[in-house]
Ligand binder design. Structure first.
Ligand code: CA
Length: 241
């Protein structure tokens, strides 16, 4: 039995170098085209953010925490990839905790390599094809993560201050429509009486720095002279006048 698995990108989170090296070879034998490796939870988070995976092989004892934290976090975020926990913690209670935090399978160390391969093949048969599709498609831009105050723009995820996030969200949600300075001062800043201020211009400048390839020639956060601002999801040149 050696059918190839259908995963297209695996992330291996393992801090023991020798075991990680052996696991990479085992995953490559299963013909998984891309195998990424992280040694800490922080690295794994970064990796998933920039390069989503559809198979996550997760150790539990990591230098900066328990792998299950990551699993739990990813599932709450809607992660649809397959998670296999691989760990020295093999007591029934540990397995229960693993499965409850959203792992699809749990294999205690030490394990047989044949069993690992067979489990990954079995997981591949019942994987969520959406998770694989999401990897091959470019990410949809202007995703809002209000829990972490982050927005996915053309230059990747950007973390904003609460006020910047509120402003950006207001403009993004009004996509295509002109939003006046007065509206922003009322809705975002909560002013009841409108001061004469350059505040909105200043903050628009900050958003452009975060999201525009060339902040001096904005193509998303546009100024409409005499009227206010307009957000365009697709890059657009600033309209004259
Ligand atoms: Ca470990």
């Amino acid at each position: 039995m050696g059918a190839d698995v259908q995963f297209s990108r695996a992330l291996l989170v393992e801090d023991e170098p020798a075991l990680a090296a052996a696991l990479k070879i085992a995953l490559a034998r299963l013909k998984i085209p891309e195998i990424l490796h992280a040694t800490t939870l922080a690295d794994a988070r970064k990796s998933i953010e920039t390069s989503p995976c559809d198979l996550l092989i997760l150790d539990r004892n990591l230098p900066d925490g328990d792998g299950l934290e990551l699993c739990d976090e990813l599932r709450k975020d809607g992660f649809r990839g397959t998670v296999l926990c691989l760990t020295a913690k093999g007591e029934p209670d540990d397995r229960v905790a693993g499965l409850d935090s959203g792992a699809d399978d749990y294999l205690p160390k030490p394990f047989h390599w044949e069993e690992l391969a067979a489990r990954i093949r079995a997981l591949s048969r019942r994987r969520d094809p959406e998770a694989t599709r999401a990897i091959t498609e470019p990410p949809k831009l202007w995703k809002l993560d209000s829990a972490r105050l982050k927005i996915l723009g053309p230059k990747g995820w950007v973390e904003l201050t609460p006020l910047e996030f509120k402003l950006a969200t207001h403009l993004i949600q009004a996509e295509g429509a002109i939003v006046s300075r007065e509206e922003l001062l009322k809705e975002v800043w909560g002013f009841r009486f409108l001061p004469k201020t350059r505040t909105t211009d200043y903050f628009l400048g900050r958003l452009r720095k975060y999201f525009e390839t060339n902040p001096d020639e904005p193509r998303h956060f546009l100024t409409v002279r005499g009227a206010g601002y307009r957000f365009s999801a697709e890059p657009e040149s600033n309209p004259p006048g």
